[in-house]
Design a protein around this ligand. Structure first.
Ligand code: CA
Length: 738
């Protein structure tokens, strides 16, 4: 059988099913893969088997690989590779592209070792590729139930795998942690990280492996989760320890001394018992690790419900919400904490990435931790003890005037809380900086932050009641929406959020430069020894900037919105830059959809992985909106009578499976969307049964060669109609004259 045909049918089936029933996509079972098998590859594959703590700690010895989420345990996302640099980045082009046939946001950082690349897709799927050629080696679908999608605040995303001793680890939306054989995709073990099935717990983050333990945190603090992280033995999956972020039932002994301390910062006398309706603090994203100190650093999420008046009405800091925690990996005990937003009431997760570095401050080398959470402050902490070194606003911030250097606590604006009135503050709920990772470049000494300025409106929910399995924020979003609508109707719409890349000097605590990214909700960032910073935007532009000056040197329109951070690797002397494109996430789901903007054109597109190299020549084509052909159909050569004959034959013979007017409902390929090659092979498909194995049996007994030509002519006409509709010039936006 023609392999291109199989590819097409699978592709269309995958695409169609992903669109319609996203939870049950990808048809191929995880199979024993076709891992590279040459002698040279065997040596390369050993580089997957030997990934352990020592190799990750010494990642700079093998800079061609990208072994862990933020490349190193320090999560700097800086690569020592410099083949691509300011002098030649202008010739950067696409080496290859891999279509994921996913919809929804792509947020993963590809992991590369031993010539293999591992990416994750929406619904927690894992794909292994040949990192040089882009050839798929295996794929794994954990079969996350589709209904899980209801319990995700921020899209059915996944931010990647961890690699360790020949295995990859992935967390699934429904809370499982799964170990797969890195070479074949075979499941080695599965553990369920959810301890209370009555509550909403999810996983979107990338696991990390530290001191032989796989650590993973859960999401769910918009629902009713009590946040925790869990460490499992990487070999066996046996639980080593679990660290709870917020206290449990106060009538019972707390799980740790740290929680006993934390309990004093919560009001236990409110109408709603926080331990029954959640508490929050879900550590759903950030981890960094100092192997010498054996300290694991993590950022914790917002309070649940958001509104402190409900979960702790008499106030209190509500430890350990919105904090950075240091945990001793050997015991699972809290070593220290620093709370960035005491008594959080604004969804100010502190789950943005945590980045470690050694910086010279006041003439002394300090082991620091850098963190720029949603609340808009840039923190430099001493990572040995959690003491504040400095903190400054890196974005527009109105909820607090500054951070008191003595107490390390914010100086709040009393008007920012919304006890019995509306409040309007900067930053917005999605934060001055969210999960999209920042990067620290030790050559320039600068941190590059994908930042946003935007305001949030909070209105207390006077009719709050706890609803299991639903959002429980304590914010009246109907009232918020009404307020926004009134502002629009009165001709004074709220200002749109503005995204930008900010280069920040963490020692001086001041801006070095910034570039505007137009809209908000843009990509994470990468810096390299080539003096480059790579970043993309929601509109699909992927760019390289001079790390020192911020000057944009190179840019390419990828025609697909970008959220994920780029990464870079080297194979056989060639440096590559890899990037997943596919818009979505919290900002994508809640974005206003304007059919006249480029944003809406790209935001529903299928996902794609781009890999770039110097001199790469592959063209970037726009992906068609759903229900339209990806490539222009071949010219119509049949006459009207033939098309009419085809119309009748089609609806007599083909309709039962392929739908009225050749518009399939999705269980079978939509014939209008066929790429060029399929149009050339109608006879072999319809008469010779070339795709019989896929369910398309031969119709030789009922159709002649002429009949098939007529049917093809009719379907081709339908395909052209769909193509023309998608590519017709768009109407001008109302109210705009040019
Ligand atoms: Ca949150």
């Amino acid at each position: 059988m023609n392999p291109r045909l199989i590819g097409f049918v699978e592709a269309v089936l995958i695409a169609a099913i992903l669109v319609l029933i996203p939870g049950y996509a990808i048809l191929r079972a995880p199979s024993a893969g076709t891992a590279p098998g040459t002698a040279a590859d065997t040596a390369a594959l050993a580089q997957i088997d030997n990934v352990d703590g020592e190799r990750i700690a010494k990642a700079d010895d093998t800079p061609g690989d990208w072994l862990s989420h933020g490349r190193t345990y320090s999560e700097q996302r800086f690569s020592p590779l410099d083949q691509i640099n300011t002098s030649n980045v202008n010739s950067l082009g696409v080496a290859w592209e891999y279509r994921t046939y996913s919809v929804r946001g792509l947020e993963a950082t590809p992991i590369v070792a031993g010539g293999m690349m591992f990416i994750t897709l929406p619904w927690s799927k894992v794909i292994a590729l040949d990192a040089k050629s882009g050839k798929e080696i295996w794929q794994y679908d954990p079969q996350v139930p589709g209904e899980t999608g209801r319990y995700l605040c921020c899209d059915v995303v996944n931010r990647g795998v961890a690699l360790w001793k020949g295995a990859v680890y992935v967390g699934t939306l429904d809370g499982r942690l799964i170990k797969l054989d890195a070479k074949t995709g075979k499941v080695l073990w599965t553990v369920d990280t959810v301890e209370n099935k009555k509550k909403v717990y999810t996983i979107t983050g990338a696991p990390r492996v530290v001191d032989g333990l796989v650590v993973i945190g859960n999401g769910g603090a918009e629902y009713d989760a009590r946040g925790y992280i869990t460490a499992y033995d990487a070999d066996t999956g046996k639980q080593a320890w679990r660290l709870y972020i917020v206290p449990g039932d106060p009538s019972k002994p707390q799980e740790s001394e740290a929680l006993q301390t934390a309990l004093k910062t919560w009001d236990t006398t409110g109408k709603y018992k926080f331990w029954e309706i959640g508490g929050g603090g879900a550590p759903w994203n950030s981890f960094a690790f100092d192997p010498e100190l054996h300290l694991l650093y993590l950022g914790t999420g917002n309070g649940n419900p958001w509104n402190r008046e409900i979960r702790s009405p008499k106030g209190g800091d509500n430890l350990y919400l919105s904090s950075v925690l240091a945990v001793d990996t050997r015991t699972g005990k809290l070593a220290w904490y620093y709370q960035t937003t005491p008594g959080d009431t604004w969804d100010f997760d502190s789950t943005a990435d945590v980045v470690l570095a050694d910086l010279k401050i006041d003439g002394q080398m300090r082991k620091v931790l850098m963190h720029a959470p949603k609340n808009g402050f840039f923190y430099v902490l001493d990572r040995t003890n959690g003491k504040l070194i400095s903190a400054q606003k890196f974005s527009i911030v109105t909820w607090a005037k500054g951070i008191d250097p003595k107490t390390g606590k914010p100086i709040e604006d009393p008007a920012a809380r919304y006890k019995d009135k509306m409040s309007v503050i900067f930053p917005q709920e999605t934060g001055a900086h969210n999960w999209q990772p920042m990067t620290f470049d030790p050559q320039t000494g600068l941190v590059y932050i994908p930042a946003t300025d935007g305001a949030a409106i909070f209105v207390p929910d006077a009719d709050f009641r706890y609803r299991p399995g639903a959002w429980n924020t304590g914010v009246d979003f109907a009232a918020v929406s009404k307020t926004v609508l009134e502002m629009i109707q009165s001709g004074k719409p709220p200002a749109a959020a503005q995204g930008y890349i900010k280069a920040w000097d963490p020692v001086a605590q001041k801006e070095a430069w910034q570039v505007s990214m137009g809209g908000s909700w843009n990509s994470g960032l990468l810096s390299t020894a080539g003096n480059l910073v790579f970043g993309g935007d929601a509109y699909g532009m992927f760019s390289a900037y001079d790390a020192k000056s911020g000057k944009k040197i190179w840019s390419m329109d990828l025609k697909t919105g970008i959220l994920a951070p780029a990464m870079t690797y080297e194979i056989d002397g060639t440096q590559y830059v890899a990037l997943l494109a596919g818009w979505g996430g919290a900002g994508g789901l809640s974005a206003f959809k304007d059919p006249n903007t480029a944003l809406s054109k790209y935001q529903t597109d299928q996902g794609r992985l781009f890999v770039f190299k110097l001199g790469g020549k592959q063209q970037v084509a726009a992906l068609a909106p759903e229900g339209t052909p990806a490539t222009e159909p071949p010219p119509q050569t049949a006459d009207a009578a033939t098309i009419e004959k085809g119309f009748k034959l089609y609806h007599r013979t083909c309709l039962v499976c392929h739908g009225f007017y050749a518009q399939s409902e999705g269980e079978v390929p939509d014939l209008r969307l066929a790429p060029r090659e399929i149009w050339d092979q109608y006879d072999s498909v319809v008469l010779d049964g070339a795709l019989a194995a896929n369910g398309m049996a031969s119709f030789k007994d009922v159709l002649s060669k002429d009949d098939v030509a007529a049917i093809r002519a009719y379907i081709l006409q339908q395909s052209h109609l769909a193509w023309d509709q998608a590519h017709a010039p768009k109407a001008k936006p109302p109210g705009k004259t040019n």
